[in-house]
Ligand binder design. Structure first.
Ligand code: GLN
Length: 427
């Protein structure tokens, strides 16, 4: 059975395929050599289940999406106070590669611009640049759940042309922010930016952030305190000088990179990875930004959407009659809750002829969840099964809708209809 969420993602990708605005990054010559049409979207739920659409296996360099992760590693290794003594947390309103520090503190304004990211590299305690890079690579790899590899060409290309970052490195040294040799710190920074990832890797990294530092399958990578701080700077500074617009319109902590990737996080619920290498003037993927915006709007993912019970979902599943299963849903239902219900019902469809979805104890439901549950019924019918809804208040299917035929006001009515349907079918 085709999955509903999968179709949503394919649809959102298709909606943006024609978008050709923006341009490849060319200030790192090797980045201008990629296929501009590459396009991928992945979604990893908190339990690790992953949806992929487009070129999900296509690898690209992580670039600035590395910044929150190195910042997290610095927090993890030396603690918040020591990190705060070197890097601020204020949005800069400047370009990512601005040669600037805070005028009062003489520190980089935040860890999401190059100045702050280079400073963060220098905070990772290690005996040599190689040892420092090894720590960074291992830490990112733990977020992904596989070992990330270096793109040697991109690394050399950036190192050979990195005057801007060299200027930032020496400026930081002059203000006493960098204790180590700036060229050695920059070499590690270029290597971290040149690690190769896929959209699915980013979605998994996002899911690990969403779970407060716990990889969905492999367990804890870092502490919830580290992640709270990391997500905070992603909210305020992750999308550079477009951060305000991003928070209002999309409302997901996120980070973009000039390699064309974006990672976005819905805390507690899911991680998103998008890839499309044509960039806007801020250095963020044009299609990536638009896809995130559509996802957030269509699936109701804004992180400040207030709900009463984020744990709302399937409370009870039982089989009162042979090959009839009742799924009882409680609480407030948004995208992630509906995704879970749909996935479980789809996954168990061999066990029943009739699924009765009891939403009579659902308090509140948003548009995305409503259309997913309504589509589930249609999909079950299309596969020769039956989907009935116990929905006395017409929460999912409006009373005047022609799909109202599958809607009942009590479980007993639905079970009687199920018996009738099964009998008719066997005649
Ligand atoms: N490596 C790139 C740089 O330092 C990263 C920039 C980015 O992705 N915004 O210029």
């Amino acid at each position: 059975m085709a999955e509903l969420v999968q179709r949503y993602l394919d649809h959102i990708l298709a909606e943006h395929t024609e978008v050709a605005d923006g341009a490849l990054a060319d200030y790192i010559p090797e980045l201008a050599a990629v296929d501009p049409e590459g396009f991928a979207l992945s979604l990893t739920m908190a339990d690790g289940y992953t949806y992929e659409s487009g070129d999900a296996a296509c690898e690209f360099t992580i670039q600035s999406i590395s910044k929150p992760f190195t910042y997290a590693l610095a927090l993890d290794q030396i603690g918040c106070a020591a990190v705060d003594a070197a890097i601020g947390v204020e949005p800069s309103g400047e370009a990512f590669n601005e040669i600037s520090v805070d005028s009062a503190t003489k520190m980089p304004k935040n860890p999401m611009i190059n100045a702050g990211a280079i400073a963060a590299v220098s905070l990772i305690p290690a005996s040599s640049p190689d040892a420092r890079f090894a720590l960074i690579r291992d830490f990112y790899s733990d977020f992904v759940g596989r070992r990330l590899e270096l793109d040697d060409e991109v690394y050399r290309s950036e190192k050979a042309t990195g005057s801007r970052n060299r200027a930032i490195g020496y400026m930081l040294q002059s203000f006493g922010v960098l204790d180590d040799d700036p060229d050695e710190v920059l070499d590690v920074y270029y290597r971290q930016c040149s690690l190769r990832v896929t959209a699915t890797d980013l979605a998994t990294m996002g899911a690990t952030l969403a779970r407060g530092g716990v990889h969905p399958r492999l367990g804890r990578v870092t502490t919830a305190t580290v992640i709270k701080r990391t997500l905070s700077v992603m909210v305020t500074c992750g999308m550079y000088d477009a951060a305000g617009d991003w928070v209002s319109a999309v409302g997901l902590p996120a980070k973009s990179g000039v390699g064309g990737g974006i990672v976005a996080v819905l805390p507690g619920q899911l991680g998103i990875g998008v890839y499309s290498p044509r960039l806007d003037r801020n250095g963020s993927s044009v299609r990536g930004v638009r896809v995130c915006r559509s996802l957030s709007e269509q699936l109701g993912l804004h992180f400040l959407t207030v709900r009463r019970d984020s744990l709302a979902t399937l409370r009870n599943v039982y089989e009162p009659q042979e090959r009839v299963r009742v799924y009882e849903v409680h609480g407030d239902l948004l995208f992630s809750g509906a995704e879970q219900v749909v996935r479980i019902v789809e996954g168990e469809c061999d066990l029943f002829d009739v699924a009765v979805l009891d939403v009579s104890r659902v308090d509140d439901i948003d548009e995305a969840a409503r259309s997913m549950l309504a589509a589930l019924g249609t999909q079950l019918r299309a596969s020769g099964r039956q989907g009935f809804l116990v929905d006395p208040d017409a929460a999912v299917i409006r009373a005047d809708n022609d799909q109202g035929a599958g809607r009942f006001s009590g479980v007993d009515d639905a079970l009687a209809a199920a018996r009738e349907w099964t009998r008719d079918r066997s005649l």
